[in-house]
Structures are given as C-alpha cells and as structure tokens.
Design a protein around this ligand. Structure first.
Ligand SMILES: [Ca+2]
Length: 502
C-alpha cells in the first residue's frame, strides 16, 4: 500500500520532482567564433534561427555568460572548470604541438563516466592532437571530428592536398580538403543523432563542439544562399538546423524531459574576417580581446520541467561553471581538490537565485589578467585590445585602470574610474589576488601543462616543421598537480603557443 501511494505520488508530481529521478542526459553545443549578436534570441535578423528561438522560448537565455578570448582556452575551461591560466592552457594549439591539456586533469567526461554516463565528443577538440591528449584519453568513450581549427590545413604527403584530418576515436578516418568541409556539419549531426539513439538506455553526455562557424566558412549545399547574410549567415542557419535535428531526436525518443541542453560559443566573432566573421551585437571588440565582444557569448539552457520557459539570467556565469553544474546535476559532489574556479549554476538555472555563485569573473588573455567583473562593474587594468582586432577596436586604454558599468554601458565606452575610487580599489585587490594565484610569471597555484617528447602531426605532411619558440616560455608553474603525475609530465608551461588563432 505504501509502495502504491509512493508510486501515485511520484506519478502525480511528475518525474522532474521525483527524488529518485535518473541523472539527466547532458548535451553541450559549443559553437566556434559565434558572436553575441549572431542568433535570433540575441538580436540577429539577417540569419534565421527558428530552433534556437524555440530553445530560448522553452528555456533560459543567459546574457552574461563568459568564455575566453580564443578556442583552446575556452575548451580547457569547459572541460576542467578552471581558468585556462590555472591549467596552463594560455593560447591555441597548432597541429603537431608538443603541448595539450594535461592528461591527468579530470575532465567533465571523466567525472560523468564513473556515474554511468555514455560519453561522446563530436567536433573540434583542440586540447592537443598528440595521442596522449585526444578525447578518448580524457574520458570520452568515442570521438569523431576535426581535432583543431578548420583553417589549420597542412599539405598531405600522400597526395599534396591541403587538408585537415577527420579523426574517429584516435585514428585518422579521412583527410578533408576545403571542399570536403561543406559536409562537416552534416557528418557531425548524423553522428550525434546516432549516438543519442544508441544511448537511450543509460544517461549520456554529448559534447558537441561544432567546427562551424570558424573560417573558412563552409555551409552545406542545402544551406548555401539560404540567409540574408552571405556564407556566414548560411552556416549559422545550418548550425540552427543541426540543433533542431538533435532536439527532434530527443522529442521522438521522449528524452526531452530528462535532458539538459546548453548552447554557447567559445569566443566572440573574428572581426578581421569581415563578412566571414560574425557580430558582437552591442558589445565592443571581438575574438582575441577581453572586451565584452571577445568573451561574452550567446548562451541558452533548456530542460523542460526544470528550467522555466522564457526565463532570462543576467547573473555572471561562464564556461568554467559548466563542469561543477553538470557534476552536481548528475548527483555527485565535486571534491575540494584539485581546485576549481567555476561554481554550480543550478540555482540560477532553476530560478532559485538571481545572484552569481562567484565573487567575481576574471578576464585572462594568456597568463595576463586584464580585467575583473563583479556585479555590473568591470575594471580593466591593462590594455584589452589586440593585434587581431586592430581596425575594428581602437584601443582607448591609454589610461589605466578603466571602470565600466556594464548594466548602463554594455559597449564599454565611459570610463567611470575617477568617480568611483572605492570600487576601483576593491576590484584592484581582487585582481591582484588572482594574478598572484594563477597569473603572470610567478603564480602560486598554476598546474602544469601536458607535454610530450617528439610530437608529430596526425598524418604525414610535406610542410616544413613548425618554428620552435621554446625560448619565449615563462617560468615553470609553482604548484604541482594535487594527484599523481605521470612520468611524461614536464613542468614547463606552454606559453609559446599562438595566442590569437583558433
Ligand atoms: Ca574559436
């Protein structure tokens, strides 16, 4: 009788309120170089994004969600819950780099898999292309994708074509030339649908870092000419259709009530690419900078029955918070060590709080802390522009520091530092403490990078070897990993990596 009552109660309350509900499936769409103004829910009109519009209508829009200025750093943040500076991922990995995310960093996939999750990564990994660094060594059961940026073409020894590899698990399945990239979004989406269909009996984690919409722009044939915004808009529309196919699959399999879907981007628009780059909307700057346009990205979260439809979250959040949030939702606790920078966002997602769970957000460019945000206040302590953004972003930062009220001045135009010395002092103290911890040349708590001897590219290439830039490395990190470090570990950070590509 008691069991029957419990069953009736559970049925009445619905699965979303059941204390014994299965852990949620988790899907993360991580778009490359998609700007704050590039999708409908964030104001885009030249390209149509009906599936993302519906996702926002049924879920939550996060308006102050921060990534990092460039690709690899954002991916390290998403996978580890830490600022790139803490885990020694300061820039972008070129093909054949000796560095990658340290294999003993405990990724989101490695935290979910022991909880019974099936894990799959589809798309642009970009945390190292050596065998020791690939997704299948970082907690993913399977991987399919171009493992770095789609513009990192090299000349294949076998036929002289300029190509990137399509890697399945840890093997090159095919070499793709530029024309082949027209099908990449379709290939990825087919794989995503197949994975979801094959995983419906257990919880799954689908990490879907799309190759789109990074240059070169390659929309599929069915989407070419479909938007009012050239090839770029066409590819955004194909991304939207891909997201739609994933949603359709969830609904068909009746998995939608127990699946959290997050849609976000790895950095702002690549403005120097002109029509092939996106738009930061009202934000200043773009990719490669710590102006809002470089790091604040269009983000949606969706979970019917749990996240209120049409809700908006303005609190500060970001890619570093995704890992602790997902681990919590999966029913586990994040241990105190190793240290994370991110915090659980579920009170924000579920409407139980409007306050950011973090004291502040820190804007790093490589190992340099350039700005800090607390509430509406952003204090820039260094020049925020970059060579990449010249022409688009004039750097008026001749006077430091600069204080902006982002609630009133989202475009970072009016320096209020002189009017608010108390806020400047408070934020300066926060910035100094974070720099001492993981920034600059003498960090107390930076963990080491992954590094291998004698790296090679994933396929034989006739291009000359990469220029060695080891002489530009900063001093070794000050803090070892708190867990056992493999024999391959070397304690030199990989600061020689390119800082602006990717
Ligand atoms: Ca990117």
């Amino acid at each position: 009788m008691r069991a029957l009552a419990a069953l009736l109660l559970t049925t009445f309350l619905g699965s979303s309120f059941c204390a014994f509900a299965a852990p949620p499936n988790i899907i993360i769409h991580f778009i490359d170089d998609l700007g704050y103004g590039d999708i409908g829910p964030f104001g885009a009109v030249k390209q149509k994004t009906p599936h993302l519009d519906r996702m926002a209508k049924e879920g939550m829009k996060l308006t102050s969600f921060y990534a990092a200025p460039v690709c690899s750093v954002s991916r390290a943040q998403l996978m580890t819950g830490c600022y790139g500076a803490r885990v020694s991922v300061p820039g972008v990995y070129p093909p054949g780099a000796e560095n990658g995310l340290h294999p003993q960093e405990h990724t989101l996939a490695e935290r979910l898999r022991p909880l019974g999750y099936a894990t799959q990564c589809i798309g642009k990994w970009h945390l190292g292309d050596q065998p020791a660094f690939l997704p299948t060594k970082q907690g993913f059961d399977h991987y399919l994708g171009i493992p770095y940026s789609n513009d990192m073409l090299k000349t294949a020894s076998v036929d002289g074509r300029r190509v990137v590899p399509l890697v399945r698990d840890d093997k090159v399945e095919r070499l793709l030339d530029e024309a082949d990239q027209d099908r990449i979004e379709e290939i990825y989406t087919d794989e995503a649908v197949k994975f979801i269909r094959g995983s419906k009996e257990k919880p799954f984690f689908l990490y879907f870092p799309h190759t789109a919409v990074h240059t070169p722009i390659h929309p599929g044939k069915a989407f070419q000419g479909s938007s009012q915004n050239g090839c770029f808009g066409d590819w955004v529309q194909e991304v939207d259709a891909s997201v739609g196919r994933v949603f359709d699959t969830l609904r068909e399999l009746q998995l939608d009530q127990n699946t959290l879907v997050i849609f976000t981007s790895d950095n702002g628009p690549w403005l120097i690419k002109g029509a092939d780059g996106g738009s930061a909307g009202p934000l200043r700057g773009g990719k490669g900078t710590t102006w809002e346009g470089g790091v604040r990205v269009p983000t949606l979260a969706w979970w019917p029955g749990k996240i209120a439809p049409g809700s908006v979250c303005d609190a500060v959040a970001g890619t570093i918070d995704v890992l602790p949030t997902c681990v919590k939702l999966a029913g586990a606790e994040v241990p105190a060590q190793p240290v994370l920078d991110g915090r659980d966002l579920s009170p924000l997602l579920f409407g139980q709080s409007q306050e950011s769970p973090r004291e502040a957000h820190y804007y790093f460019a490589s190992y340099n802390l350039q700005a800090v945000r607390q509430g509406p206040w952003k204090l820039a302590i260094m020049t925020q522009g970059s060579a990449r953004a010249k022409g688009q972003v004039e750097d008026d930062a001749k006077t430091n520091p600069r204080l902006y009220n982002l609630d009133q001045d989202i475009g970072e135009r009016t320096n209020l530092a002189a009017q608010h010395p108390d806020i400047v002092a408070k934020l300066t103290a926060l910035a100094d403490a974070m720099t001492a911890e993981i920034g600059g040349n003498e960090p107390k708590s930076r963990r080491p990078p992954g590094e291998v001897e004698n790296p090679s590219t994933l396929y034989p290439t006739s291009d000359p070897p990469r220029r060695n830039a080891k002489q530009s490395r900063p001093p070794a990190p000050q803090a070892p990993l708190t867990y056992d470090v493999g024999a391959m570990l070397r304690s030199t950070p990989n600061a020689h990596l390119a800082e602006q590509d990717g």
